[in-house]
Design a protein around this ligand. Structure first.
Ligand SMILES: [Mg+2]
Length: 410
């Protein structure tokens, strides 16, 4: 194979669904050959762009595109301080793009380079939320009619900023500024209410549909254990992020108290953070955001580690995962024996137009297009028609607070 080298690494910013996406394009010395990756850190998107264009671009120009593993390690070590979300997202953009290039050169989809397909499609779960249990269940019925078999459910605590519902994420300027009642969240109120949603949902929807719930690390450990026990009768597919990364010492206690399947890990930066929870079999699914851990290369290694301990994959796939990131998720879903489920947020028409080749949804599963590389492209002219929207913090989340004004972890 001829010596193909990196000419330039640059970013494309776009927001076709109103969410800030950062795409990395790795251009090569071979005319028309390039790769695309996702570096979307939507709460701090401009920092990822700076890291790509001011550090990785000059560092990687002239490197052989074949050397994915060495580029991953040399890029990590060149900053000395490693494994933060900004640098991991920047590096992920490059890592995914290099796998895309390797696939295009080989004439194969990326999943074939990683061992080959062991399933045809990837089952997904989608989000149903609302102000009342009846509204959540109505939305779930709509998804079931479209063929989805796994649904995450979140219901609003009346008058509070409840994660995963439309009451969340109101803008707030400071602790001394005007506090909106919608910025308030009381963990105990939420822990009392959430089981009533699932009691109602099981009664209305029956036993066959798989139901999921995300705590989003918002409650103290004793309440997370209490909620796990309260939700057990409703047979959840998984109970997500019951505890924040700072409290992983409590997972052993949670495991002893409840048989509920646990998903964890979307906030982890360093691949080594998974090790204690996986080796002691304290979780059942890894929630991992591919660009947050540095791309396809580290994610595949973590998935292989998990395979030995009976832990399954559940790659993070909300609206702030770009379609390039979804294509990378799907490449791994198809070739990892221990695939569990894929989170998915439907693409709007503008997104489908900006990213030709988006994975297709059919009967609640994602299907690949089997094109070489990641099988997806970007229309840069059209992408430029969707600049980042105005926002007081440029995409960052406002604070959620207890009634006394103190911060709640997101
Ligand atoms: Mg989550």
């Amino acid at each position: 194979m001829s010596n193909v080298t990196i000419d330039r690494v640059r970013c494309i910013e776009t927001a076709p669904a109103g969410i800030r996406l950062v795409i990395v394009k790795v251009e090569t010395n071979q005319a028309g050959l390039y790769g695309l990756g996702c570096a979307t850190f939507t709460q701090r998107p401009k920092t990822a762009v700076q890291a790509v264009e001011h550090y990785l671009d000059p560092f990687l120009r002239g490197r052989n595109v074949n050397e994915i593993e060495d580029i991953y390690w040399s890029s990590q070590m060149s900053s000395y301080w490693r494994n933060g979300p900004v640098l991991n997202n920047a590096l992920s953009g490059v890592d995914m793009a290099l796998w895309d290039i390797k696939g295009k050169r080989a004439g194969m989809p990326v999943c074939e380079l990683l061992g080959g397909k062991c399933r045809m499609s990837a089952a997904t779960y989608v989000h149903a939320s609302g102000a009342e249990p009846a509204e959540v269940v109505d939305k779930a019925r709509g998804f079931m009619e479209q063929g989805y078999r796994h649904i995450r459910m979140q219901v609003e605590v009346p008058g509070q900023a409840t994660y995963g519902t439309s009451s969340d994420l109101q803008v707030e300027r400071s602790i001394d500024g005007p506090m909106s009642p919608h910025n308030i969240f009381e963990p105990a109120d939420y822990v009392r209410l959430a089981p009533r949603l699932f009691e109602y949902a099981r009664r209305e929807l029956g036993d066959e549909i798989e139901l999921l719930h995300d705590v989003h690390e918002r409650v103290p450990p004793p309440l997370a254990i209490e909620l796990a026990k309260s939700l057990e009768p409703y047979r959840l597919f998984f109970y997500e992020d019951p505890l924040p990364p700072e409290e992983i010492g409590y997972f052993d206690l949670l495991r002893r108290h409840s048989s509920i399947p646990i998903a964890m890990g979307e906030l982890f930066n360093n691949p080594n953070e998974f090790l204690p929870l996986v080796k002691d079999r304290l979780i059942d699914f890894i929630r991992l955001h591919l660009s947050q851990v540095g791309g396809i290369s580290p994610a595949k290694k973590i998935a292989s580690l998990c395979e030995f301990f009976g832990v399954r994959t559940a790659w993070h796939g909300p609206g702030d995962t770009s379609p390039i990131g979804h294509a990378a998720n799907l490449a791994l879903d198809l070739c990892c024996q221990n695939f569990g489920i894929q989170e998915f947020t439907a693409f709007n028409q503008a997104t489908l137009d900006v990213f030709p080749g988006c994975p297709r949804v059919c009967d609640g599963s994602l299907w690949p297009n089997d094109q070489p590389g990641l099988g997806i492209d970007i229309d840069e002219e059209l992408a430029a028609e969707f600049p980042f929207p105005d926002h007081p913090y440029n995409g960052a989340w406002p604070a959620i607070r207890r009634r006394d004004g103190s911060i709640v972890r997101p």
